[in-house]
Ligand binder design. Sequence first.
Ligand code: TRP
Length: 332
Amino acid sequence: MKKIILTGDRPTGPLHLGHYFGSLRNRVALQHEYDQFVMLADVQALTDNAENPEKVRNNILQVALDYLAVGIDPKQTTIFIQSMIPEIAELTIFYLNLVTLARLERNPTVKDEIKNKGFDNNIPAGFLMYPVSQAADITIFNAHLVPVGHDQLPMIEQTVELARKFNRIYGEVFVEPEALVPEDVGRLVGIDGKAKMSKSLGNAIYLSDSPDELTKKVMSMYTDPNHLKVSDPGQVEGNVVFAYLDIFDQNKAEVAELKAQYQRGGLGDVVLKKRLNVLIQDFLAPIRARRESFAKDPDAVMQILKAGTAHARSVAAQTLCKVKKAMKIDYF
Ligand code: TRP
């Protein structure tokens, strides 16, 4: 039997290059060897978007298109919608008894998000406990492996704690999952040079960006603020254009030469940006083309999600039966 993968994304906006290198690429590679489930985490998206349900709804299709565009193949991967699996919500309720408020408040990713979102003392309870819901997402499918970006490691840690505690108290039901984090190319900086590409920081290159949007973003990338004239020596360290060339330019020898020339002085940003733009355009062109062809028939995409959700639900229902039996709440 193939081992199981579960991963997912909050449908709050289209996916970007950070998602691609952080997790999508892994999912495409792993789907042949594993029984893979990919979740559109709309319930989790609502934990900080309760007042924007239409945003979450609209992005279900957008994120599904991104998945299909990068090559997540519905014949090999079960793509499904979280809210259509009420068994996940049931398991979340049971898990909530196995975690303390103090533990929830310690999760470093959640802490960061609380700060960034400016919740102050008005943290929605559903938001604070979403790692518990995420533990239910993962364990209800008996997932062995969770391919995610670095920021998700605290979630997997909490998932393992919950699965272990459940198994200890009620008997062995759950697999303890492991995170699969990509090698370091995974960390793609934003076009502004901030450590992380993110929708909320407005520094992302989307898989669905048009050629013009992409060109504009590449031409506005952060370089070396002290590199004013072409003849000035420039910094490679912290220079976004070079960080991206390291990923997208296969000609490593030439990149090394360009870096040396830049550091000596005499190489302008525009030349480098044009070179990079061609490379990212070539990279995104086939993804964009596939996305456009799927986007012509949204009903067919929704049918893919419907079939995936039906399959996912049958798996989740089986696990929930075992859960209730173990907890001795299988009355009738
Ligand atoms: N928290 C993830 C994110 O913000 C999305 C997610 C929800 C997820 N449930 C999951 C990821 C289960 C992996 C496994 O991107």
